[in-house]
Design a protein around this ligand. Structure first.
Ligand SMILES: C[S@@+](CC[C@H](N)C(=O)[O-])C[C@H]1O[C@@H](n2cnc3c(N)ncnc32)[C@H](O)[C@@H]1O
Length: 382
């Protein structure tokens, strides 16, 4: 069965525009879904999504059909990639299998293998079982289990996780520094293991393949995810891994790393991860990365002034830093948050920081009166 035929059999809706989505949503009985979608998008900014919120979209086959392309638009691209990957021998385990679409796709592609899908929530598991039945698949099973501490007593040739880490993590990791997330890569790559990476290590057979598609928005977040795996003796093959781009009807273009990993002693270092992230010159790079690369350019930017704002808003506590930087005759006003935002607000190629001094002070004045700001202090040592 081709991917198109499979998707047709699952009947996942495809919307060509947000207007079309809103129009069709309007006809649905449950209007709360728009509010829940918004909550999920906001939670993703913090790197921590509540599974109870995302489960709304997997509570029934109808919800999955309607929302998959809207909230998690990776399906089409992911299935094409999975279709092209040569899987090693052995059964397949999907962690956080949701409504079971990915697990069912693999079950129909590999009738000789058993596919096991694990999910935390009973109604989500019920939807996945219903989908398997609808598709007439007898080699896929879904179990309601918590992944943290999971021990199935069996290893698998292939383990998968898709958009799971953000539901198991304690929040955004990686971009915890300010000046340059790229400069933090060596530190991020030594991240401690996590319940997810432990579970993968527990269930991946020697010579097996771990396929992950997790929401890591910037290179430092990718590094901390790789660090989590590496601390469990698992590491991606950068040669076989790639950044995928999806265009969701509400999310717009989004990038996520498809990492193909295995048990290995060798570790990825910061330089090769950065090179990999920048490779493919015609690839759309995020604005944050472009700014990061400018700051990271190995040039000696001098910090002339820096101020930190502690903020509290609907996403919780965070910190914002604004820097006035200088290098030779160039000057920059650089804005960074520990939620991963990176922006050059003003720049000059002559006269250095002096030229931007008034603009910098003006910006600080504006930010000070922002209602979310709870504390302001200038930074004297960095
Ligand atoms: C975003 S969904 C992805 C679903 C599926 N992989 C897909 O792409 O269609 C993540 C799933 O992981 C499940 N999940 C989150 N935390 C979990 C945990 N600690 N143990 C088991 N499942 C978990 C959620 O219930 C949710 O169904």
């Amino acid at each position: 069965m081709s991917i198109t035929e499979f998707l047709d059999s699952v009947d996942i809706a495809h919307f060509s525009s947000p207007e079309e989505f809103w129009e069709r949503l309007h006809g649905l009985p449950n209007k709360d879904s728009a509010v829940i979608a918004r909550t999920i998008f906001e939670e993703r900014q913090t790197g921590r999504v509540n599974p109870l919120h995302s489960s709304f979209f997997f509570q029934s086959i109808e919800n999955t059909q309607f929302f998959h392309h809207v909230v998690s638009p990776y399906l089409n691209v992911l299935l094409q990639e999975l279709d092209a990957i040569q899987l090693p021998p052995g059964d397949i385990l999907e962690l956080g299998s949701g409504a079971g679409v990915v697990a069912c796709f693999l079950a129909q592609k590999y009738p000789e293998k058993t596919v096991v899908g694990i999910d935390l929530l009973p109604d989500v598991v019920a939807t996945a079982k219903e989908l398997a039945q609808l598709l007439g698949l007898s080699n896929v099973e879904f179990r309601q289990v918590e992944i943290a501490g999971l021990q199935l007593g069996k290893t698998f040739g292939c383990v998968l996780s898709v958009a799971l880490r953000e539901e198991m993590s304690s929040g955004r990791q990686g971009s915890f520094g300010y000046f340059s997330a790229i400069a933090e890569l060596p530190h991020a790559l030594t991240a401690k293991s996590s319940p997810l990476s432990q579970c993968v290590a527990q269930h991946l057979v020697a010579g097996g393949l771990y396929v992950s598609l997790e929401r890591c928005h910037d290179v430092a977040s990718i590094a901390s995810w790789v660090g989590e795996m590496q601390s469990e003796g698992i590491s991606p093959s950068l040669e076989h891994s790639k950044m995928l781009t999806f265009t969701g009807v509400l999310t717009g273009a989004e990038k996520m790393p498809l990492l193909l990993s295995s048990r290995t002693e060798s570790h990825i270092d910061a330089e090769s991860l950065l090179q990999w992230r920048m490779s493919g010159s015609n690839e759309m790079q995020s604005d944050e990365l472009a700014v990061e690369l400018r700051i990271y350019s190995q040039r000696a930017w001098r910090v002339v002034k820096a101020t930190e704002f502690s903020i509290r808003d609907e996403l919780g506590d965070a910190a914002v830093r604004v820097y006035l930087l200088e290098c030779d005759r160039e000057g920059l006003v650089y804005f960074a948050t520990n939620r991963g935002a990176r922006e050059i607000i003003f720049e000059t190629s002559f006269g250095g920081a002096q030229i931007l001094s008034n603009k910098f002070e003006h910006l600080l004045g504006e930010l000070t009166y922002n209602p979310s700001v709870v504390d302001v202090h200038s930074i004297t040592s960095l």
